[in-house]
Write a protein that binds this ligand. Sequence first.
Ligand SMILES: [Zn+2]
Ligand SMILES: [Zn+2]
Length: 228
Amino acid sequence: MNLKYSFQISIVFDNKCVEEGFLPGFGFSALIYDFSTENYLLFDTGGNSRTLLHNINKLKVDISSIKKVIISHNHGDHAGGLEGIYKLNPNIEIYVPLANLAPYKKAFSESKVHGISELTIIGKNLYSSGQFGQHSIKEQALFLRTKNNEIIITVGCAHPGLEKFIIEAQKLGKILAIIGGFHGFDKFSYLNGINLIGACHCTQHIKSIREQFPNQYQRICVGNSFSF
Ligand SMILES: [Zn+2]
Ligand SMILES: [Zn+2]
């Protein structure tokens, strides 16, 4: 077991920036290695299976070692690659906002599909934020707790407002990092004190975030990995 790190997050789908050998695509997905269980989980699945599988394959990760897939919200650029993962490994457990449970249960009937409503433990040191937002589009974020009791947030599009997820995560501990799409988020004071701000995908105010947090802002490219 690795004593230094708790999790490694690799970006496997994004539309803003791509390292050589990886493919770009509209959407977001992060592959997370859990050093304590030596398993992988996938947060979102990008817009299509072909690009997602190419990028995961490039990292030499076997799809059968992915145990859990968390779908932030039911938009094609986040759920589009799930089918390809499911076809290769129906043994995954799938976590969706409760509002979307029925269609996912039907479409992925061989997998165990969980609908999440409130802040929920989904594994050791793994949490769903619970579903937030308007009925038309409910969204959850994933919280990882490190061995130093710090929290990493991965977020899909943050349609309900990124601050909702930040406030929920603060109930668990100090926030160390936040990675994903921030959408139109502009309440920048909520980012104070966060060491790594990895705004990507749909973030509209990347320039302002980079300027206001020059030391914390982290450029996020497909193929990059971050260990915590
Ligand atoms: Zn979306
Ligand atoms: Zn999106």
